[in-house]
Design a protein around this ligand. Structure first.
Ligand SMILES: Nc1ncnc2c1ncn2[C@@H]1O[C@H](COP(=O)(O)OP(=O)(O)OP(=O)(O)O)[C@@H](O)[C@H]1O
Ligand SMILES: [Mg+2]
Length: 469
């Protein structure tokens, strides 16, 4: 069953409708759903799907000829069996074929051509330059290793540099799409879902484990997915990232592990890993801009280009969880899995709390606050922190986020503390205070008193609330 991806399909259809040829790169992290998306797109149009496995050119060409025979038989004379002596011949054939009619051609795991035939990139470039203006080929290169794909197409020393017309980064499902996706397959309480989501993120492939492994509570489910001897996701992080970073994976891993453990500034990471500050800076910038595994955050009131108050976090829930609880405990996991699991149980609620803060942030972005915030984000200064701040020139809305069930008394305490912290903010205007908890007693009462009060049910329903300020 194919789910969602409407905007992506729309974009692909749009490019398809352009006259002439287009070169599109579809990239995104492993398991995010790239292959599924292009297959869905190909369903109702003349198109070819080629998977680039790391094997001999001749073997690949055999496979590709069969695909052509199957998919294009109605356009080819019956006596003609497609046969190609080289990848170049194949590409030439495709470009010529599409003179008469639009054709989509997908190369999945495009970067693997490097292992099959390194010279192919430059011959593809030559053929493309020569023939694209007279043909109607929509060429889609799909790639899983973001770093490699960027190098292939964005490095000015590479032959395919500058040939790409369209870039499409496929992202994981957002929290709400993930929830409805899983709920269409299995009945799971929203609370358990948030906990599982904080470890799996919006990766369709991982979310699909939930219907199979869900055991009536999230802790046992995570144990089966990550910690047991044959847990399907125990090696996943290593398998994916080793290929991405190649020979240099150890340094990248140390940094990601440090960040996952809460060492989030360059200085803290340098102290933790023992790497020089300068080296850490270089890796951080690579992991953020090139590989896109880290996200750089600044307090919401700061200018991101000027401030020195930066903190990093792992962008992807899965990797964040995997480094924090699996990789960090690799040896112990072999020796004493029970102890690892006990520690995990103790530390997990705080971890979910962080995920819930980010979900709440997304929720506030869509909330009708009575003004249109210029910025929505987290704020911190020294030891003080405010989970969500939304503001424009005249208005400020602040939220404390709690992954717990609060009594009315608890809530009042939390709101009081928030009002106090607000004095530290360098923002003027009309202030509103809010709380977003897992469960909230006396929600209506708080609202009557003018507070912004929400719990998980509101988040799940994402009710468009209009609140006047
Ligand atoms: N839009 C979707 N709707 C339903 N299921 C999906 C969707 N996208 C992906 N999946 C499921 O997730 C799995 C992983 O997706 P897919 O193989 O397309 O990812 P990929 O990005 O190509 O990953 P890989 O790096 O493993 O090649 C698929 O087997 C499919 O079952
Ligand atoms: Mg794939």
């Amino acid at each position: 069953m194919f789910y969602d991806r409407e905007r992506e399909l729309e974009k692909l259809e749009e490019v398809y409708s352009f006259p002439g040829s287009s070169f599109l790169v579809l990239y995104g992290r492993r398991r995010v759903g790239k292959t599924t998306l292009v297959r869905e797109f190909l369903k109702d149009k003349p198109g070819l799907y080629f998977f680039v496995s790391e094997k001999d050119e001749a073997l690949l060409l055999d496979e590709y000829s069969r695909e052509i025979e199957e998919r294009l038989s109605e356009y080819l004379p019956s006596y003609l069996k497609p046969k190609f002596g080289s990848l170049e011949e194949l590409v030439e054939f495709l470009l010529d074929f599409s003179r008469e009619r639009k054709l989509v051609v997908v190369f999945d795991e495009f970067q693997n051509f490097r292992a099959v035939k390194p010279s192919f990139f430059s011959s593809l470039q030559k053929l493309w330059d020569e023939k694209k203006d007279t043909s109607n080929l929509m060429l889609i290169a799909v790639g899983s290793y973001v770093g490699m794909i960027k190098r292939l197409f964005m490095d000015s020393k590479e032959s395919l540099f500058g040939r790409v017309d369209e870039w499409m980064k496929l992202r994981p499902f957002d929290f709400w799409t993930s929830f409805t996706f899983v709920r269409s397959l299995v009945d799971i309480p929203p609370r358990d879902f948030v906990e599982l989501y904080s470890a799996l993120g919006g990766m369709p492939r991982y979310l699909l484990y939930i219907p199979r492994y869900y055991k009536g509570n999230s802790i046992e489910t995570l144990k089966a997915l990550f910690f047991d001897e044959f847990a399907p996701l125990r090696e996943e992080g290593l398998n994916i990232l080793k290929l991405e970073f190649g020979r240099f994976y150890r340094a990248h891993f140390s940094i990601l592990e440090a960040v996952s453990l809460g060492h989030v500034t360059p200085k803290e990471i340098s102290d933790k890993t023992g790497m020089k500050l300068l080296t850490v800076g270089k890796y951080l910038s690579e992991l953020t801009n090139h590989y896109e595994y880290l996200t750089r955050e600044v307090p919401v009131t700061e200018n991101p280009l000027k401030t020195r108050k930066v903190a990093y976090r792992i962008s992807d829930e899965f990797f964040s969880f995997w480094f924090r609880f699996v990789y960090h405990n690799y040896t112990a996991l072999e020796e004493d899995p029970e102890r690892v699991f006990e520690r995990f149980k103790a530390e997990f609620p705080a971890f979910v709390g962080k995920t819930y803060e980010r979900i709440a942030l997304g929720f506030v972005r869509h909330l009708r606050l009575g003004f249109k915030p210029e910025r929505v984000g987290r704020w911190w200064h020294k030891k003080e922190e405010i989970d969500v701040v939304a503001y424009d020139r005249d208005n400020v809305a602040l939220f404390e986020v709690k992954w717990s069930d609060l009594s009315l008394r608890d809530s009042r305490k939390v709101l009081k503390a928030l009002e106090k912290k607000a004095k530290l903010l360098p923002l003027r205007g009309n202030y509103r205070f809010g709380i977003i908890a897992r469960g909230l007693e006396g929600k209506e009462e708080l609202r009557k008193e003018g507070f912004l009060a929400f719990d998980l049910i509101d988040i799940i329903q994402q009710r468009p609330l209009s609140l006047s300020l």
